[in-house]
Write a protein that binds this ligand. Sequence first.
Ligand SMILES: [Cu+2]
Length: 85
Amino acid sequence: MVVWRTGEAGDLAFNPATIAVPSGSTVTWTNNDMTAHTVTFDDASADSGILDPRSTFDHAFATAGTFAYHCNIHWRHGPGVESPR
Ligand SMILES: [Cu+2]
């Protein structure tokens, strides 16, 4: 599970930044922040759309690889999801 946190300086970040999951896993992102975000994959393979606070987004990782994603609203990057072979 990935949550957003708001830092002391108002910085928005994904936490944990990088997660490793087995191939075939489903990852759930939960927006625990007080503002809306998106989970948008850099390669456009998945996009949560607007995730309001306390909303969740599920995505299954069917193939191995490293998947980078960002928030379309704030352009903050999570380094991504690593799905090893
Ligand atoms: Cu955001």
